[in-house]
Design a protein around this ligand. Structure first.
Ligand SMILES: Cc1cc2nc3c(=O)[nH]c(=O)nc-3n(C[C@H](O)[C@H](O)[C@H](O)COP(=O)(O)OP(=O)(O)OC[C@H]3O[C@@H](n4cnc5c(N)ncnc54)[C@H](O)[C@@H]3O)c2cc1C
Length: 554
């Protein structure tokens, strides 16, 4: 019988993009790692690139997202449990990323091996995080918070003595047990309340000092992610004002601390990771830093988290564009591969330019964390953390949406990986300081820390010199900077200008003319536009796209 009507034959579908070395196949990444001083980590990054890009990791990511965490508040007898259970795939992902040092590697010098800090520790970890975010973004939340909590823990000597050895372990231990008996721990944070997240000074959770010098915390937190972490950094109002406390899940007598989980957030994305609402019922806390100086005590943690938001968004962007290019290389329309259609070429090349810029900016920022003893690097870190976090996390959702469209209908279907990347993307802009908050932070630097601003603008001026379009862009930026009365209303415009100029200057210095010429001409010199795929007809699209193609042989 003829099978003329059989529908099982499949043609003109791209082969799965899997078992790719996500490190070696990514030229923008390997260039950035070398440029920013972490070339010596290439061997381990190659190994993690293979793991993160493996078919096995893809399956773990799918399972962890299709079986989101579940909360059990009570057992069947009505006793409190406050337990969140995860699919085993989530634990496997955590195990892989913890073994890679994602929860602590920038602080390895504080561990038993000691020694001087690795000069490229932040850049190396940034590369690992960029890969881990592509493997599965939700599980990165506890990794980021744990790594970022270390400088805060160091403010309290006795807490650091007890907790650091456990934080610095690369063994992931998901057991719900007192920390002292565990092989490794993770940390979370509780800042946001119903009445205000950004405005933490409006926090109402009370901290009352007890006879033994500890505190009891009573109140409510509206978001507490990774609730099975072993301890949380929590802001609460004491008699001296807003203060920071370490609140562990277990107390020294091995009883469970009074953190009562109410429900899990039903989130757009970030589904492998749990986020709870929690009541603190006179939970015991240990003061960190000075009483009444809670914001100053937590600020380092936020800075490290903001770096991670930028890095992981850059990873999500890269991943989506790699899938888009791969699809266009294999999908044919009218007998021609989509990647050879001039309009598709322009779209893909345009997307590639923003990925290159995001990688350049975020890895440059990571280097400034490695060199923060140098005043110029410290200034870059201070001003460019909110700039970089703002710009990359803001452009990611639109870029990923366009990359999704390159796959046509497949892109919108959850079986393909871009849907997950798209649902994840907005959160990096929202948490750890939303867009306006980042823009206001930049204004704060410009208005209150003129020395910092001057060091960065001097560096940018020098980096733009020699390129007429960059120099003209810098002159426009300076004109606004010299008009203090204009600053308040132009904060977002300024942040974007800083980001694009810095990215353009790094891409220019990197020496890939095809990328730098097109980015600078369209983002700094060109006319305003609001969608991708425009203004590149006179550029070397093939050379740009060559950097985006995910090389499966690498
Ligand atoms: C998935 C997820 C997980 C989270 N996990 C945690 C967690 O583990 N711990 C935790 O503490 N929090 C967590 N959060 C909360 C998150 O950090 C906050 O939602 C975020 O800081 C914004 O606070 P908010 O929701 O109260 O919004 P608001 O502070 O009310 O802000 C609303 C909007 O107003 C803008 N805005 C605020 N102030 C100003 C101003 N002065 N001028 C102009 N614009 C302004 C903001 O940019 C934002 O766009 C999580 C959030 C999400 C979505």
């Amino acid at each position: 019988m003829s099978d003329r009507f059989a529908t099982d034959a499949v043609s003109n579908q791209a082969p799965p993009l899997t078992d790719v070395n996500l490190y070696a196949a990514d030229v923008a990444l390997t260039d950035a790692v070398t440029r920013e001083g972490a070339g010596a980590s290439a061997r381990t990054l190659n190994a993690f690139g293979l793991t993160a890009g493996s078919e096995e990791a893809r399956e773990l990511a799918a399972l962890a997202n299709h079986h989101p965490p579940e909360l059990a508040t009570h057992d069947r007898h009505g006793r409190r449990l406050d337990l969140v259970t995860y699919h085993p795939a989530y634990h496997d992902l955590m195990r892989l990323s913890c073994a890679e040092g994602l929860a602590n590697s920038t602080w390895a010098h504080l561990g038993p091996a000691g020694g001087a800090p690795d000069k490229a520790a932040h850049v190396t970890r940034a590369a690992n995080l960029y890969l881990a975010a592509q493997m599965e973004p939700g599980h990165c939340c506890p990794l980021t918070m744990t790594n970022a909590a270390v400088p805060v823990l160091l403010k309290n000597e006795s807490l650091a003595r007890d907790w650091l050895p456990l934080v610095l372990s690369r063994t992931y231990d998901p057991s719900f047990e007192p920390a002292a008996g565990k092989a490794g721990v993770t940390l979370g944070m509780g800042l946001t309340e119903k009445q205000g997240g950004t405005d933490v000074r409006a926090n109402t959770t009370r901290a009352t000092r007890t006879a033994d010098g500890l505190y009891t915390l009573t109140g409510h937190k509206w978001f507490l992610s990774a609730p099975m972490s072993d301890a949380f950094l929590i802001l609460a109002q004491s008699d001296a004002g807003l203060s920071l406390f370490l609140v562990p899940r277990f107390l020294p007598d091995e009883s469970v601390n009074a953190l009562h989980f109410q429900r899990l957030k039903n989130k757009l994305g970030n589904r492998a990771n749990a986020s709870t609402e929690v009541e603190l019922h006179a939970a015991t806390g240990w003061l960190i830093g000075e009483e009444g100086r809670g914001v100053a005590s937590i600020v380092d943690m936020l800075t490290y988290c903001r770096l991670d938001c930028a890095i992981s968004s850059a990873g999500l962007m890269r991943s989506s564009v790699a899938y888009a290019v791969h699809h266009a290389e294999h999908r044919h329309a009218g007998g021609r591969a989509l990647v050879n259609e001039p309009l598709m070429q322009q779209v893909l090349a345009d997307l590639t330019l923003d990925v290159e810029a995001a990688v350049a900016l975020s890895f440059r920022l990571a280097r400034s964390f490695d060199r923060a003893r140098d005043p110029r690097a410290a200034a870059w870190r201070r001003l460019m953390t909110p700039v970089t976090k703002y710009w990359i996390t803001k452009i990611a959702p639109a870029l990923i949406a366009e990359a999704m469209e390159c796959l046509g209908g497949n892109g919108f279907v959850e079986d393909w990986p871009i849907a997950l990347l798209y649902r994840e993307a907005p959160v990096n802009a929202i948490w750890e300081g939303s867009g306006n908050v980042m823009a206001l932070d930049v204004l704060r630097v410009l208005q209150k820390e003129p020395d910092v601003a001057e060091l960065v603008t001097d560096e940018l001026r020098a980096a733009c010199a020699g390129d007429a379009v960059l120099t003209a862009g810098f002159t426009r930026l300076e004109a606004v900077l010299h008009e203090p009365r204009l600053l308040d209303g132009r904060a977002r415009q300024l942040v974007e200008a800083f980001a694009k100029l810095a990215a353009g200057a790094i891409l220019r210095a990197q020496g890939n003319a095809a990328i730098a010429d097109a980015f600078i001409a369209t983002r700094i010199g060109g006319s305003a536009r609001s969608t991708y795929g425009q203004g590149l007809d006179s550029f070397d699209l093939k050379a740009i796209l060559a950097r985006a193609t995910p090389n499966r042989q690498a």
